[in-house]
Design a protein around this ligand. Structure first.
Ligand code: MTE
Length: 400
């Protein structure tokens, strides 16, 4: 019996780290076939330790504070948050910084466990804008960061991290505190009853089981902020990084905005592409996302290892939630017309003739965002194996 015995879980999820803590992703084809929004059952989970147990009847009394370099510290219950602040709803894709780490581990073992390409999920999050709370608390002049603290008890204390105060105050960055996903209260694995949702940035910034926002002059000094979620220079080996803490404390190597990324869901690895007496066309499909709210502007595929490329069609379901003024969804105002940021994955597709697929060894995808950040051909290996985003490749398996 693990400390998480109270948490319901779906058997389709693939466990990445033994029995406890719970770290899982769905098979990519199942995740992709669900469409734009991910059901809570298949939403990836990244837990550093045991899930705090919060009973339904305790949800309204969940207490949290806004403190630190503010003129008016706040102490609120979730009931007050829901009653006194404007509620908003937004579609947001969360992505673990370890998404696709398995490919790095195959080249050289990193210190992280092997995520496949399904370490991401999308939901309509309902809650309040983080900026509304911070404004109410009135930050002092020296304030530069907002630290977040979770309620989970871990080997190195609670889980905590920070983001810049000016990001929190920027509506185009859409940072929020959320208590609801796809219209139902958060499930235990996803932060029940309250979490931060930091769109466009690595999932590690979206602190679950949120207890405190602390406004500070310096980034978080929490153990998990310093020794997790970093891309150290590629020459730093596991041995060197273990013996020389100076590599970790350098805030330059902390990662925030996601890197541009994409993956192929179909054909799946090991999928037998039928090359005889089937249909003449095969539709390749997959996902892509940009970081920091940047839109993916092109997705390209190659059957000849990148010598020539073809342009895929891109569908951005997130756009269908824009420009719907005054619409209330799950009790929150769904109005994204004031911002153009893209916080969700998009889905791409491209038809190939079956005969040309038959002649190819593999199929490769790369995405580019509006700032022309393009996925690199080569991998950037680093000791934590994070932000892995080289061209994604699937070997074509033939069925004759
Ligand atoms: N918050 C707390 N309190 N404890 C955690 O272990 N994991 C972080 C983040 N917030 C974590 C946390 C990481 S690394 C990720 S990727 C996301 O939560 C995962 O969110 P999810 O499990 O809801 O998908």
């Amino acid at each position: 019996k693990t400390p998480d015995a109270h948490v319901p879980r779906d058997p389709r999820l693939i466990r990445l780290t033994g029995v406890h803590p719970f770290n899982v992703e769905a098979p990519l084809s199942a995740l992709f076939n669900e469409g734009f929004l991910t059901s809570p059952e298949l939403f990836y989970v990244r837990n550093h330790g045991a899930v705090p147990e919060v009973k339904d009847e305790e949800i309204p009394d969940w207490e949290f504070t806004v403190e630190g370099l503010v003129e008016k510290p706040l102490s609120l219950t979730l009931r007050q948050l829901m009653a006194e602040y404007e509620q908003i709803t937004c579609p947001i894709t969360l992505v673990c910084a370890g998404n696709r780490r398995k490919e790095q581990n195959q080249v050289r073992k990193s210190k992280g466990f092997s995520w496949g390409p399904a370490g991401l999920s999308t939901a309509l999050f309902t809650g309040v804008a983080m900026s509304d709370l911070i404004k109410k608390a009135r930050p002092c002049k020296k304030a530069k960061y907002v630290c977040m603290e979770g309620a989970d008890e871990l080997p190195n204390g609670f889980y905590g991290t920070s983001v810049k105060l000016n990001w929190v105050m920027d509506p185009n960055r859409g940072m929020m505190l959320s208590y609801m996903m796809n219209g139902e209260m958060l499930r235990p694995d996803h932060g029940k009853p309250l979490r931060a949702v930091i769109p466009g940035q690595i999932g590690g910034r979206s602190v679950k089981w949120l207890k405190k926002l602390i406004v500070t002059a310096a980034p978080s000094d929490n153990w998990y902020h310093i020794y997790d979620n970093r891309v150290l220079p590629t020459m730093i080996s596991p041995e060197l990084s273990a013996n020389e803490p100076k590599w970790w404390v350098d805030e330059r190597y902390a990662i925030y905005d996601l890197s541009t990324n994409s993956a192929i869901a179909f054909p799946a690895h090991e999928e037998q592409v039928s090359l005889s007496d089937g249909p003449e066309k095969y539709r390749a499909k997959g996902y892509a996302y940009g970081g920091g709210g940047r839109r993916v502007t092109r997705v390209e595929l190659s059957l000849d290892k990148g010598q020539s490329w073809r342009l895929a069609d891109i569908d951005y379901p997130e756009d269908r939630y824009r420009d719907v003024p005054d619409q209330i969804l799950y009790g929150g105002r769904l109005d994204m017309s004031w911002r153009e940021s893209c916080f969700c994955w998009c889905q791409w597709s491209l038809d190939f003739s079956v005969s040309e697929l038959a002649d190819a060894k593999d199929i490769v995808v790369r995405a580019m965002d509006e700032s022309m950040n393009v996925q690199p051909k080569d991998m950037y290996w680093s000791v934590l194996g994070m932000m892995n985003n080289p061209w994604f490749r699937v070997t074509i398996s033939r069925e004759h």
